[in-house]
Design a protein around this ligand. Structure first.
Ligand SMILES: O=C(O)CCC(=O)C(=O)O
Length: 249
């Protein structure tokens, strides 16, 4: 689907949309090279996480990659996502929120508990889109993403500090939330390398752990409109993050 008006219509209805071949093979291999470099590079401790398996450290995720890689930063700023954000929300900004690699290694890849991205972004009007790009084939079997179609209608629901390093919050499963979420269909995404899913900042989504024998690498990045950050919400988020980090020391 390359007509960005259709992409925006689908985003308005379902709150996520799959675009096949968003990045071609050449770009994908450049990204893989970049990831290899970053894997070895010095990064802030909070931006690189490993899973310990029998004394061996296996890469789990890396975050804020645009701060460490000019290639990656330019790829984001030049990507079609900016045009889509502009058409969806009427403006775009050069601010990059969130740019991560979810390595999700075979057998031991961690789940991402259900969340809404604006619980992390803290934008006043939740005007941001995330582009999640598959590096490996990704489906229900190897911890692929799932979405509750149309669930942005719920607005931002309460999040609690619980999850993994790099995905530190999840929706509080109150009785009311459990009742409400049943109204939205849970859809698993089946995508090939280079395909992407674009989702808005309020859609409820997550991914299961990867206990299969296939890696499920993916990277994402998010671009916002000129929407501003809500300082009060940001402070609440920082407190939750602090609690999460203290509990996981
Ligand atoms: O790749 C994953 O498992 C999680 C990704 C995610 O939650 C996101 O891109 O917002």
């Amino acid at each position: 689907m390359t007509d960005i008006r259709k992409v925006v219509d689908k985003l308005k209805n379902d709150n996520f949309v799959i675009i096949k071949n968003f990045f071609d093979k050449k770009v994908l291999s450049e990204i893989k090279v970049e990831i290899k470099i970053l894997k070895e590079a010095e990064m802030n401790r909070r931006d690189k996480h490993f899973i310990k398996v029998n004394d061996k450290l296996i890469l789990s995720s890396m975050h804020n990659i645009h701060l460490y890689s000019t290639y990656y930063k330019n790829l984001i700023l030049d990507s079609k996502l900016r045009d889509i954000v502009k058409l969806r929300y009427g403006s775009t900004s050069k601010r990059i929120f969130n740019s991560s690699l979810f390595a999700k290694p075979k057998n031991v890849g961690l789940s991402t508990k259900i969340h809404q991205d604006n619980a992390f972004f803290n934008l006043n009007n939740a005007e941001a889109l995330t582009c999640w790009v598959a590096i490996d084939k990704s489906d229900k079997d190897n911890g692929g993403l799932f979405y509750y179609k149309g669930s942005s209608k719920l607005g931002l629901v309460n999040h609690i500090p619980e999850g993994n390093l790099g995905a530190s919050m999840t929706i509080e499963k109150t009785e009311e939330f459990k009742r409400l979420i049943k109204k939205f269909k849970k859809v698993f995404i089946d995508v090939s390398p280079g395909d992407c899913v674009i989702h808005d900042a309020l859609v409820v989504h997550g991914s299961k752990s990867n206990i299969s024998n296939k890696n499920r690498r993916a990277f994402n990045f998010s671009i916002a409109s000129r929407d501003s950050i809500n300082k009060k919400k940001l402070n609440l988020y920082k407190n939750k993050l602090k609690k999460f980090l203290d509990d996981n020391k």
